[in-house]
Write a protein that binds this ligand. Sequence first.
Ligand SMILES: NC(=O)c1ccc[n+]([C@@H]2O[C@H](COP(=O)([O-])OP(=O)(O)OC[C@H]3O[C@@H](n4cnc5c(N)ncnc54)[C@H](OP(=O)(O)O)[C@@H]3O)[C@@H](O)[C@H]2O)c1
Length: 296
Amino acid sequence: MTISTLRLGFMGFGESAELFATDLSRAGITYIAAYSPSGAKAKPGDPVCLRAQNAGVTLVKTPRALAKRADIIFALTQGKTALAAARKIVNSLEPHHIYIDGSTNSAAAMEKIAALIGNRAQFVDAAIMAPVAIARLKTPIVASGPRAGAFRDALAPFGMDIKVVSDAPGAASAMKLIRSVFMKGLAALLFESMEAAHRRGMLDVCAEDISATFDAIPFRRILKRYICSTPAHAARRVHEMKESLEMLQSIDSRDRMTRATAAFIKEFASSGLDKQFPKEADSVREVLDAWIAAKA
Ligand SMILES: NC(=O)c1ccc[n+]([C@@H]2O[C@H](COP(=O)([O-])OP(=O)(O)OC[C@H]3O[C@@H](n4cnc5c(N)ncnc54)[C@H](OP(=O)(O)O)[C@@H]3O)[C@@H](O)[C@H]2O)c1
């Protein structure tokens, strides 16, 4: 175990801060402080005090005290309170501080917090990519901002999984939301297709069929194939999606996602991109460039 002189602070002491602090103190960080509104008001023996004690954390009464006790400050507040939390501490920050905002927020919100922090301290946008209760300290975090590398270099040796993705604050949060577009969209699509399969008494066979397709091909190839084949095949798929939609409606199954797919395919088919890519395109980037240009 590395014993460290690193002085770490948490702005907010909820679920994620508690789990990270517990694991980081076990990994050797002995100076961990935290500020939260409820922690500031707590009396000895209150649940928040016991949580802090078990996590190896000293609760402080003010954001100013947190800034005095910590060089690296990891803000883990609810997304809607992140800016208010930053406003509370900004006047106590100094250039040596690294202020990392790990709240779930839009890129624009992170840019706003970065602008508020300005040159007072070094701002890092961090996006936590999975529930902390599952992988705890190993939960993947993506980070962006000019000093994101310093955040990674300070905490990765203690077991945190931090990937620097850009110099620009906002990029990490945008990446998380882009991931959500896919992950949550895929969940919604699975629900819609499996509801229909279940209504038709074909749940197992349909689930197995789709699973076998995804199991057989590495996902990187699926991603490329789905994007690169769309221009050439969109026109044909218009008819197929119309049939799919009618089938869902005939069994009274939900159809919101399929309506969106049918509209998307129709838009694609009328974009003229099939002339540019009569066969499967070579790269995802060239299809996306053409798709973006077609909208413009
Ligand atoms: N938990 C996860 O697994 C997970 C996963 C991915 C992303 N995230 C993101 O990480 C952030 C924190 O999540 P969490 O689950 O730890 O949230 P949480 O359990 O709700 O804790 C939030 C903490 O922020 C404190 N807080 C609220 N306003 C504050 C302010 N103005 N100044 C300082 N502290 C303030 C709260 O104080 P009180 O205790 O006094 O209310 C609380 O301690 C969220 O944005 C969440 O979306 C969490």
